[in-house]
Structures are given as C-alpha cells and as structure tokens.
Design a protein around this ligand. Sequence first.
Ligand code: KIV
Length: 335
Amino acid sequence: MTISHTAASQQAPAKKVTVATLAALRARDEKAVFVTAYDYPTATYADRAGVDMLLVGDSAAMTVLGLPTTVGITLDEMLVFTRAVCRGAKRAFVVGDLPFLSYQPSDETAIRSGGAFIAAGCDAVKCEGGQRIAQRVRAMTDAGIAVMGHLGLTPQSLGQLGGYRVQGKTLAAVERLTEDALALQDAGAFSVLLEAVPAEAAAYVRERVDILVYGIGAGPDVDGQLVISNDALGNFVGDIRPRFVKRYADVGTVIEASFRNYASDVRAGRFPAPEHCYPIDPAEEATIHSARPSIVAAAKPVVAAAPDVAALLDSTTARELRDVREARVFAEARA
Ligand code: KIV
C-alpha cells in the first residue's frame, strides 16, 4: 500500500526523508515543508507535525543567541544545536547551516566543517553563495556530503548586499542568480535555497536548473517553502519582520503571560499548592513537621502566652502536647 504525502504528513511515520524522497515529492508536484529548528523540542514537534525538512540555521545567532546578525555564531555553537535537532528528527531531513568562515577559507575547512555536521547527524549542509563558493561545494560533495546552496539574500554577506534587501529584481540580476544556481548544480549540490527574491525570479531560476529549488520569501513556484520557526510561531525577539512571514501563533505572548502568572502566584504564595508537593506517610510527615526547629521556636511564645495551660504542665509535656496538636492539624490539612 502506498501512503500519499498528505497522509504521511498527518501520521508522521518514522521512515526517514532522503534526497530521493525530496526528488519524488517534486516529481509528484508536491511541496516540501521546511522549517528551522534549533532545539530538541521544536524538532520533535515539527517532526511529529509531518514537516519534511529541518534547517538548523545560523539564524540561531539571532533567534536563540540574541546576536544582531548571523555572522557571530561559531561552528561549535551550531553543532550543539544540531545534535539536539537531530535527536528530535525521526523522519525529517536535517540540513546543517555552515556558519560564516566555516567553509570560505579553504576546501579542507569546508570538508571538515561539513563533515562535522554530518557526524552530528545531519543529512546535508547548506552554504551561502554561488560561483564564488562552487569549488568548496565540489570539495564537500566529492567527500560525500550532500550540499544545499543558498542564493538571493545571503545574510552572511549583508555588508556587501547593503542590508536585508530583496534580490533578483531585474532580468540581469535573475540571470546572475541562475548562473550561480547552475554553478552550484555543476559542483554537485542537490538543491538551492532562494531567499527574498520575487516570485517571478524564483520561477525563472527553477525552470533553468535540474536541482531542487526551495524558497524562503521566493513565492510559490519552488519545490518547497522554508520559514524561520520563530517567525511563524511568534517568538522572535527582535524587530526584523520580513514581508514573507506568515504568523501561525503568538508563542512569545503566551510565554510572557505565563511567566507573569507564575511570578504572581509565587509572590502571592499560591504556588506551590499542596498538589505540587510530594506526599509521604502522614505520620512521618507529622513527625518531621514537629521536629522542625522553626516550628518548635515559633511555638514557644504560644506556650508562654497560655500560662493557664503551661502552668499545669512541665515544659516537656507542654511541647509534646503542642507538637501532637500541630501534627494533627497539619495532617488534616494535607489529607
Ligand atoms: O539560517 C537560516 O535560518 C537561513 C535562512 C534564513 C534561509 O539561512
């Protein structure tokens, strides 16, 4: 029995998505669903939801680490996030994003960095640039590493691009994009991701290459759609709001409100309540309670303030009587 992509998405079967699966989706004209993930819970929920591909993006620099751009994140930091995501991705195809300067310096750097992502559990790596990094892509693919290129708005070159600007807005610019995509294809990349380009530009490129073309802010005519999960879920702490983002939740507001409620419960003594405390045998509890120095000390003035009773009893008997009463009240309150 064959399971359609739609049914598979709903059931999130554990059969791992591979490059062949992605090619088959394209052959059936079905879109791949692609989100970023930086941690185990997000990867797990996305995987359960039937997401096909997870990108451990260097956007973690901004979404998780609070850095102003992506360039400050290191390979070691990326690998921590990557291992967590790979543990959660039972089915999804995981792409590790090569951070700034982890592949540009030399072929060997690229192979070692790409290899580190594969050793961490990734199915492929992604790197930014076209013709100018084609040699690095070739070095990695020759080493057996599946590579996704990244063209258009490439955040590791923000300085050269002049900021977060839409790319490929003229025919000449789209032709350059296409040449870059073809260079990646020739270097053995299995796919290319187009970021922040007009829909027509993405369609133009896709019609001219054989490899898979994914998009983030590249319109509908591509093989799959990527979103940054924090943008879609509403928990990006920052003020960059690309036009292409569609928000599916307001998780940031939910988190902040939950912490406010928690803080007010703690400050008002509403948390923890008895149901949040571990029960033990009531007799043991009473014994422990009555042995607490603070209970004994706090109770002394009570005895002193009741001279009529205390006067009738020696001090040891008075303390025992008080402890038994307190223990009973405590045990009844917990019952
Ligand atoms: O790091 C990332 O999330 C990315 C996307 C913005 C394409 O590279």
